[in-house]
Each structure stands twice: as structure tokens, then as C-alpha cells.
Design a protein around this ligand. Sequence first.
Ligand code: ADP
Length: 581
Amino acid sequence: MSKQILPVADQAQVRAYARRLTLKYPRDLSIALGLHGLAAVAGLAAPWLLGGLVEGVQAGTGVDVTGVSLGIGGFLAAQAVLVRFAVYASSKLGEKVLAELRQEFVGRVLGLPLSTVERAGSGDLITRTSRDVDSLSRTVRHAVPETMIALVTCVITVGALLIVGPLLALPSLLAVPILWISTRWYLKRARDGYLRESAAYADMTDGLAETVSGARAVEALGLQERRHRRTDTDISRSWAAERYTLGLRTIWFPTVELGYVIPIVATLVIGGMFYIEGWVTIAQVTTATLYVQQLIDPLDRLLMWIDELQVGGASMARLLGVAEVPDDREAGSGVPDGEELEADGVRYAYREGHDVLHGIDLVVKPGERLAMVGPSGAGKSTLGRLLAGIHGPRTGSVTVGGTSLVELPLDDLRGHVALVTQEHHIFRGTLRENLLIARPEADEAQIRAALEAVDAWGWVEALPEGLDTVVGSGGESISAAQAQQAALARLVLADPHTLVLDEATSLIDPRAARHLERSLAAVLEGRTVIAIAHRLYTAHDADRVAVVEDGRISELGSHDELVAAGGSYAALWSSWHGTSK
Ligand code: ADP
């Protein structure tokens, strides 16, 4: 039921990526590992000295307790200092890698084709950008360095055990099958379990986000019950997914605990028997038992982090998956020659097999005003978005000055064609930052000119900090009309020669509308305009009118020509004209 629109990377990809990431800074990595190795070696001294002490007592050859204590203390202090620098080095490395990961992911998300974002819904993306990034950062910050430290410590401790007495390493082997089998069992189930957990969480976020953003509709249509049920279902699915992974852990953890205790007991008992046989000394048994005990801590951390690495791996699979979304823009190098906008044989489908545009041919001359009219659902907005280069056509082409719109880099595209809708977003930040989005290099004078052009300079000047006033959520509140003017000023700065207008002002407070229409008229001045017209007088004033019906342009010509032709436009016009005058 969960709609998995955004792909998830497979295990091989995650492994390859993790390997590349780990080895990216070989120097930093070897320094960190080297320091951890030295710390582990320092930690081996105490059991060894203790072994000697026991041996001395047993042999009755007199022991230097003070010397041994000082030795142990010295090595412990050295270990503490080494650990401090080792942790510092590995944390620094982790942060560095994490910062790059985040940057890369943000780049990927911003590069997602709009059509994919629309289809995928925001829940999945929000979960990936929040929960998955969080869990991955825990992995990179803690799990990866800790795992490497634990590995180094284990290897060195096992090495020391073998040096002390190869025979005494044998009892520890008893733990291997227990740990191996139970961990294999766990890992085989964990990845899918955690992926399911994340997906269930995404569904829940999706549902809640939808309920909140559609709160009015929910209330108006009395959908509360249904939304409650959906949330309940989501929660219970999320709960089931969490319970599954919890179940895995409740079996795996105790088994592992058992795997730790057995080797210590075995080393002591079997070592004792070896001693009676005279195969090993009491010092060796003591030291070996302590080493085996010292193995528990890194081993435990290793296994615990394997669990965490699973969670991180699942998150990484979801984050890397974002990169697999095929780009709907092709990298091209063409430079438009002229300003003529042309659609040629354009077809487009939101869902495969269901074209909503069926072969549109249209040429818009520079400076022309073209109005698009037609029944709701005919495809006007879709065509508008294609003409503005937001989507690429399924077949056919949309070109400006002979260059395909989808081949233009987005930044260039916006300097040629822009779509104007009622949706405009004021980002949290200063007003200046909001305007500079359109053209980062614009100077003070250009910003001011743009605001003056849309008749907004007056209120901007009156803001507490002028252009540097923080607006958007949590900032200075500005009215909807002001926000729209700011959006129009952005357009002036981007300075596209062609504008596609989709119901630009129809939802505005009527008192503000006149004012805004003046601002809009100033922006339209001297540009090519394609207006999706919902009021016919817009069409009347246009140079040409295109009637869109059922995904096709059924009529195209000037107002007078179309009225004279007596087609569907003429019928529309006479009914509108007849009833409203
Ligand atoms: P108009 O602007 O003329 O009202 P649209 O271009 O909005 O028409 O819609 C044309 C067809 O495409 C309609 O059948 C509509 O249901 C469908 N459609 C529009 N937007 C989407 C979308 N984001 N996803 C799926 N179908 C869509």
C-alpha cells in the first residue's frame, strides 16, 4: 500500500558507497586507527602485569606490589590520553564525512525533477531528509568510528592472547558458533525490518502532513472519521514494524550475552586443567582470562554497532535512492537564438498510458499576447507548465529560439520563460535574500528598481529594517498581496522575455486585486505573454486566442476571427457576453 515512488538503493550500492566514503581520507583514517591501536596496546599491559604478580605470589618469589601498581597506573594513564586523541581524530573525520554527505544529499533533493516530487508526495521526502539523515549521521558520527575502534581492539587483543599462550585461545572458540549463527540470523532479517519501519514511518508522516495541510477540506467534507482511521492504520502498521525489529533484538541480544560469558568461564576452567597438566603457567592463565574478559567490551560494541549500522545502511539506501531518480532535464549546450517559443507535436502524460495532451503545435511570436481558454481539465495548465519548461514533453518538443527548454540549465531557463501562478513562496530570510533568488548578482539599485516597478517600494521602505527585514515563517508578517508583489519583483529581476500566466490574480482579495493588476501589468510590459484565461475579457484583449479542448488546440486565431468562425469560442463568447452585459 505504501507508494514507493522514490527508489531505494540496493545493498551492493550501499556497500560500494560506504567503502568509498570510508577510504576517502586515508591519512586521517590511518592516524585515527593508529592512535586507537596504540591505546589498545596500552590496555594490554595491566593483565600482563597482573599475571606476573599472581605467578610471583604462587611461586613465593616475592612480589613488588608497588612497582606493579605504578606500572598499571602508568599504562592506564597513557591509555586514557591515547584514547582522548584517538576519539578526537575519529570524530573529526566522522564530522567531515557527514558534512559532505549532507551537502550531497541536499544537492540531490534539490535536483529532483518536480514531477517526481509531486508524485512521490512530501512524506517520503520529509522522512528521508529528517529521520534518515539523522539516523545516518548517528551512524557516521558514532557507529562507523566505534566499529573500527572495536575491530582494532579485538584484533590486537586476540593477537596478544595468541602470544601469551596459543593453547589458551582455544576455549574462546566456543563462542564463535554462538555469536556467528545468532548474528547471521539477525542480520538476515534486520535490513528489511528496518526498511519497513522507515517506510511505515514515512506513510504516517505523509498522512499527518496531508491532514494538516488539508485541514479545511477535512472539516468541510466531514472527513475526520476517515482521517482518524487512516492515522490509526498507519500507527498500527508502524507499531507492527517496530515490534518486529524489537522481537529480533530480544532474541539476538540474550544469545550474544551468553556468547560472552562462555569463553571466560571456559578459559578459566580449561586453562586450570592445562595448568594442572603443566602445559601453561599460572601467569599465562591469569593474563589470558583477563584478555578474554577484555574482549567482551569491544566485541559487544562491535555487535551493538552492527545493529546500528543496519539502521544506518537502511537509511543510506533510502538516501542514495534519491540519486537514482532519472533526471527529466538533459544536459545540453545550446544557446537560444531568438525568443520565439514553439511547441511541436507535444504529448504529455502524468501517468503512463494516459496522455492529457494529444499533439500540440503552437508558435508564439516575440511580443505576442496569447490567451488560452477552454473547459476545466482540458489541459491548459499542463500545456502552460510545458511551455514554461517545468516538465519535458513525452514526445515532441518545446523550444525557445530553437533550443529545447529541457536542455537549458534551470538558471538559464528562468531568464527566458517563467511561469506565474498564485503559488509563490516567501522563504524565511530577509526580503533581500528572497528577491536575490531570482538573480543573485543583482545590486541594490536593481532590487529597488524591481520593487518600484511593481509598486512595492513604498511598503518595503516602511518595514522596520527595509530590505533586510526578516520575512517568512516567524519573521515580519507581510500580507498575501505584498507577498505576491515580492514574487512579481522576483520576476522583474529574473527578466524573462516570456511569461506564462496561470490564474495569476484570480484568488486575490478584490480590494488588492486592482493594485496587483497594475503591478502585474508593469511586469508584463514588453514581454511575450501566454495567459491561461479564466475571464474572457483577457481573451478579448489578446492578440490571439487558443481554445484548448480535450488536450488539443481546437481553434486558434484572433478574437474577431474566432467569433466570425462561429466555433466553440464564438459560443462561449456569446453566452458570456449575453449574460454579463
Ligand atoms: P486545465 O488547466 O485546462 O483545467 P489541467 O492541465 O489542469 O487542465 O489538467 C489536464 C488533465 O490532466 C486533467 O485530466 C487533470 O486531471 C490531469 N492532471 C493535471 N495535473 C495533474 C497531476 N499533477 N497529476 C495527474 N494528473 C493531472
